[in-house]
Structures are given as C-alpha cells and as structure tokens.
Design a protein around this ligand. Structure first.
Ligand SMILES: Cc1cc2nc3c(=O)[nH]c(=O)nc-3n(C[C@H](O)[C@H](O)[C@H](O)COP(=O)(O)OP(=O)(O)OC[C@H]3O[C@@H](n4cnc5c(N)ncnc54)[C@H](O)[C@@H]3O)c2cc1C
Length: 417
C-alpha cells in the first residue's frame, strides 16, 4: 500500500477499514501503535505506522448544518470535493480550498494545508470543534469555544492526538468566483509590488519554473466583493491569457477549473483542478516552505538565483499567500505568510539535493516546511521552528500517554518531554 505519489510504501503491519465509530474505537484501544491514513496525499511518512493503520472512508458520513447556518459538522472521513458539493447544494461555502479538492478534510487540517489569499488562513483555521478517538478508545470533544488553549494545539496535530471522526467547520453563504490568468508577468514586478499583486483579488497564485524571468499569475476574484472585473488586458507588464491555462506550461487545461473570467461556484474555481477529475496517482513530488510575508521579495530573489540548477527538475513552482492563524503547529502560526511551493519531476535523489539547496537559502529567511511535503531538514529541527512545540509535546503526553499515535515522524519532530 502506498501514498498518492507512490514514493512512500506504508510499513503498517495491518490495515483496517472500520464500518462504524464503535469498531474504530475498539481497534484503537487494542492497538499498540496506530495511525489514521486520510486520502494519502502526503509525500512523507507523516501518516505511516509500524502497527495498525486505520482508513476511515467506510465510516457513515454525515454533514449537519447548524441552525444559524454558520457551521457544518461532518462525521466520517469526507474529502473536500464531496463536502463542497454538499455545502453548495445547501447554499453554503467554505472560505477557501487547496489546489486539489480530492484530499480528505481531516488529513488536510492535520498537516496545515492551505490555499492562497492575503486574507485567507489555512484550511485548519475553519475548524471550530472536533471529535477524536483517543488512545484509550474513548471519544473526546474539543472546541475553540470551550477549550481555547488545548484546541489551538489539536487541529494541526499530524494525527498524533487521536483519530478524528468528527469536525465542525465555519461556513458562509455560497459565493461565485471568476478566474483570470495573466501570462508573462515579470518576476521583478511580482517581487517589487508583492502586496499589490497578491492583494488584487480574493485569491492569487503565481506559477513559474524559475528558469525564466516571468510567471503566470492566476487571479480569483469574488464578483460580490471585488466587482468581478479583471485588472486590465495588460497588468504588471503581463498579458491577459487568450485561452485556458494549466499550471504546468504546455499541459492541456482540460482538468483545470474554469478561467477566462466565467463566474462559477466557489468550489469550482478556488482549486486549480476540477473536482470531477480524480487523478488516482501522481507522477510528481512536492515540497514547500512558508515564510513571513515580509520575506517575499528576498525569497523570490533567492529562488531566481537557484533557477539554473532547479528549473530542469521542476514541473512548476507556485507562490501563494496565507494569513496568520493561532494553531500551534500551523506553518502560518503567528505570521502572515508567503508560501513557495515546488512540484518536482519524480526523480528522488536529484530532487532531494534541490530541496536542500532551497532550504539553505530560504530557512534563514524564516522558512517552515509544509508538514505533508518533502523536506531535507531533520525532523527535530522542524519541530524546533515552532514556539509552541513544547506545549504540543505536553498535549501529546496528556492525550496519548502510551504514545500509540506517535509514529517515527512525530517522535523525531517532537520527542517526549
Ligand atoms: C496533488 C496534490 C496537491 C496538493 N495541494 C496542496 C495545496 O494546494 N496546499 C497544501 O497546503 N497542500 C497540498 N497538498 C498536500 C496535502 O494537502 C497534504 O499532504 C494533506 O495532508 C493531504 O491530506 P490527506 O488526507 O491525503 O492526508 P494523509 O497524507 O493521508 O495524512 C496526513 C496526516 O493526517 C493524519 N490524518 C488523516 N486523517 C486523519 C484522521 N481522520 N484523524 C487523525 N489524523 C488523520 C495522518 O495520520 C497524517 O498524519 C497537495 C498534495 C497533493 C498530492
């Protein structure tokens, strides 16, 4: 059994697909070592275990909207595509989504997954309450309202506190998004006018391979807030694309969400890829660093300097912005962030070397690696990047005193206090 990218073969001794929460509780209580696998889209061993691996896609699903229509409580293990369809049918929306809608909600929140938007936090910031099966097999409810401190440590938690079987998420009235792409925007403009570029719309992404001096900028506007007009046929010395684009230049945009300014529902525009296209496996690897937003221009300069060495290995690279949150292990904890993501050709050794080169330049600028992607930094050094890491270690000991959910990855990043 392997992850989506095929670069990780899971080492679990047993795989379980419980059909009820009761069954999941019994498996957890009896297991020496246990971990939940979400949709398996992480590129490292964050979801692995030497013991029992739980796949929760057989649990009964539910999505209950609160009376005031401000939250939805999901049970089971839905993926964003499924939840988004259901919410939209009820006239509701999530504030943001990642580039791909096929990832599980619980697994995405556990690693601090994010989309883009100066004012938009990572996806985990939408969580207001969660239900966990803890190592003793008991159910534990935590909520932002009732358990302020413990909650901030429980949402982005690398699956280390228990098995999440229920999540309550903030929702808002459904909205439309219109998406445009600008070709050939000079990287100089993006670096010099970073706040203007990324502040121009609800969600903005810039794609380049660092081997050229330009990027394509994807602009996702909310017509209800921003009027729905594009910034102009020429913008920042770039040109409005004359047809739909794929983030990897030259690839067919057939699986990409609607562009050319045609308004569409939030869940069919915010991700770059369409929900009705499900890639079963990927021929790519990914890495990403999140840095303080003020470091954006310096990070772009460092990536450009590395361009000749990394461009031949890159399928594409994406710059996004993420708003600060208060979740202890969120890579955007306490700081508005810029995210520098790389989608690599699947050639592991060369990619590892390229990631090390990037880390050498971007870690001193305050970079924190994405928990679900590849990084070269030793796990204990990654854990040390988080000022609330000590509190997280204490929380793990409190909720999982027998270290059942603490796999090698988590144990290395956050050793027992
Ligand atoms: C094609 C592709 C596109 C991507 N796009 C983005 C993007 O736009 N933005 C971004 O930030 N990241 C992105 N990622 C990374 C991805 O979002 C993360 O790796 C995320 O964790 C994947 O969710 P998953 O359910 O597949 O998690 P898994 O890899 O299955 O698990 C991740 C962690 O969550 C835990 N977990 C999962 N489910 C549960 C549960 N029910 N209870 C307790 N713990 C649980 C696991 O134990 C593990 O620790 C992308 C990855 C791919 C392959």
């Amino acid at each position: 059994m392997h992850n989506w990218a095929g670069n990780i073969e899971f080492e679990a001794a047993r795989v379980h697909r419980p059909g009820t929460v009761e069954e999941a509780r019994r498996i957890v209580a009896a297991a020496e070592q246990v971990k939940v696998l979400g949709s398996g889209h992480s590129f490292n061993r964050v979801a692995d275990t030497s013991g029992d691996l739980l796949v929760l896609d057989g649990l009964p699903r539910g999505a209950e909207v609160s009376a005031d229509r401000r939250t939805v409580t999901v049970s089971g293990s839905p993926r964003y595509a499924e939840l988004a369809r259901e919410l939209h049918a009820r006239g509701l929306a999530l504030a943001n989504l990642a580039s791909l809608p096929h990832i599980s909600v619980a697994g995405s929140c556990a690693t601090g997954t994010h989309g883009s938007g100066n004012g938009l936090q990572g996806l985990a910031a939408a969580v207001t309450a969660m239900r966990l099966i803890t190592a003793d097999g008991e159910l534990l409810d935590v909520s932002r309202e009732k358990d302020v401190d413990r909650f901030a440590g429980s949402v982005v938690a690398l699956g280390a506190l228990g098995a999440v079987v229920g999540l309550t998420l903030a929702v808002e009235p459904a909205f439309e998004v219109a998406q445009w792409v600008y070709d050939d925007v000079p990287l100089d403009r993006i670096a010099d006018r970073f706040d203007e570029v990324f502040g121009t719309a609800y969600s903005v992404s810039a794609f380049t391979d660092w081997g050229r001096d330009t990027a394509s900028v994807w602009v996702k506007c909310r017509p209800d807030r921003e009027g729905g007009a594009h910034p102009g046929a020429r913008w920042l010395d770039g040109r409005l694309a004359d047809g739909p684009r794929h983030p990897v230049p030259g690839l067919s945009p057939v699986h990409c969400t609607g562009q050319l300014g045609v308004p569409g529902p939030w869940h069919e525009r915010l991700p770059h890829f369409r929900p009705d296209f499900t890639p079963s496996a990927g021929e790519e690897l990914q890495s990403e660093l999140l840095l303080p937003r003020e470091a954006a221009a310096a990070a772009i300069a460092e990536m450009r300097a590395l361009g000749p060495r990394i461009a031949p290995l890159l399928l594409t690279s994406e710059i996004r912005t993420v708003a600060a949150d208060d979740l202890w292990l969120s890579p955007a904890y306490g700081r508005d962030s810029v995210a520098v993501h790389c989608t690599w050709r699947p050639v592991s050794d060369a990619v590892r070397e390229a990631i090390a080169l990037i880390e050498r330049e971007l870690l001193p600028l305050g970079g924190r690696p994405h928990w679900g992607k590849l990084f070269g930094l030793a796990p204990e050094a990654v854990g040390a990047l988080y000022e609330r890491g000590g509190d997280f270690r204490r929380l793990m000991t409190e909720l999982d005193p027998r270290s059942a959910f603490r796999n090698d990855y988590v144990a290395a990043a956050f050793p027992r206090p």
